[in-house]
Design a binder for this molecule. Structure first.
Ligand code: NAP
Length: 285
């Protein structure tokens, strides 16, 4: 029987996850496919229920269903509960559905690769307070970051995010407005400056003014379509080290694949498979 993992979301415009997971299934010799299931909200509960069947390895979950699926599975892992989002579902030996979050460890892997050092002890600035920023801020604090400053267009969301994770790790965390002088002051001290907003992807605008950054900072943009956002272009033009979200994408996928199959180390296979799409999202990969 060909087994399945289904990605629940709407809309599902990207094929990156499918290409990575299908390549990993082939490389591992597993007869399974990763299917894009673009569903309306009222069909999600039935899809989650169907995944209890023996043909299913698990589920991927993306916007707007990361909170909804958390309510439908049998158990949500503590880290995903803390972050407030389930982006994957696996099954335990008893067939119970377990929701987990691979964005936080995926971000940690991606940013530590870009920095060439652990997050522990670093001074981090994050632009954004949405779903991805929750995973980023949690990952930084739980990895031992010294301080995290969150800047968001809507200040109340930045403050709420800081409050949510105030007790994670030993570091300090605070939320300010993107236009607050405290945000620029924090950027001037940062070891790593992260864009976790949709700016540069679908939204025009600016989040991180690169001129205030230190020369040895890492600029990390979670966006990977387009591969070079205006932020990354500006950082590189200033001679700064900069990375997009592609390694986070690959790392979180490899983590999920290991949870579904027990097989780790698929990052290389996934990286090679998704490379054409990372250059051109419309490429046939
Ligand atoms: P989200 O929950 O919708 O949050 C969007 C964030 O962007 C909010 O903080 C929002 O601020 C901010 N924003 C939107 N337009 C803005 C503008 N014009 N100026 C300033 N801020 C603006 O989105 P998300 O799920 O967190 O995703 C954020 C990004 O991360 C997306 O580009 C997504 O593709 C990327 N991502 C990448 C990976 C990866 O593996 N590389 C994983 C997850 C997400 P307000 O609160 O003020 O609206």
């Amino acid at each position: 029987m060909t087994r399945r993992v289904g990605l629940l979301g709407k809309p599902l415009r990207r094929r990156h996850s499918k290409v990575m997971h299908d390549a990993a299934f082939r490389a591992a010799g597993i007869d399974a496919t990763y299917d894009l299931l673009e569903l309306d909200a009222d069909a999600v509960a039935a899809a989650v229920d169907a995944a209890r069947g023996p043909g299913w390895l698990g589920l991927g979950v993306t916007a707007p269903y990361k909170k909804l699926v958390a309510e439908l599975v049998d158990e949500v892992e503590p880290e995903a509960t803390r972050i407030g989002a389930v982006n994957n579902v696996t099954k335990d030996e008893a067939g119970r559905l377990i929701g987990f979050n691979s964005d936080a460890p995926g971000f940690r892997a991606g940013v530590e690769l870009a920095m060439g050092r652990p997050l522990a002890g670093t001074t981090v600035v994050v632009a954004g307070a949405g779903g991805a920023a929750h995973a980023v801020v949690y990952a930084c604090l739980s990895a031992g970051a010294r301080s995290v400053t969150i800047g968001n267009r809507t200040v109340a969301s930045a403050a709420a995010l800081a409050e949510r994770f105030a007790d994670v790790g030993e570091g300090s965390v605070r939320g300010v407005g993107l236009d607050d002088p405290a945000f620029a002051a924090a950027l001037a001290q940062a070891d790593v400056a992260v864009n976790a907003t949709t700016v540069g992807m679908v939204d025009p605008g600016a989040t991180i003014p690169v001129e205030v950054l230190r020369d040895d900072v890492i600029v990390f943009d979670l966006v990977y379509v387009p591969p070079e956002t205006p932020l990354l272009a500006a950082a590189r033009a200033r001679g700064l080290r900069a990375a997009n979200g592609s390694e986070m994408l690959i790392a979180q996928a490899a983590i999920a694949f290991e949870r579904w199959t027990g097989i780790g180390g698929m990052d290389g296979v996934m990286r090679e498979a998704v490379a054409p799409l990372l250059v051109d999202p419309t490429a046939i990969a």
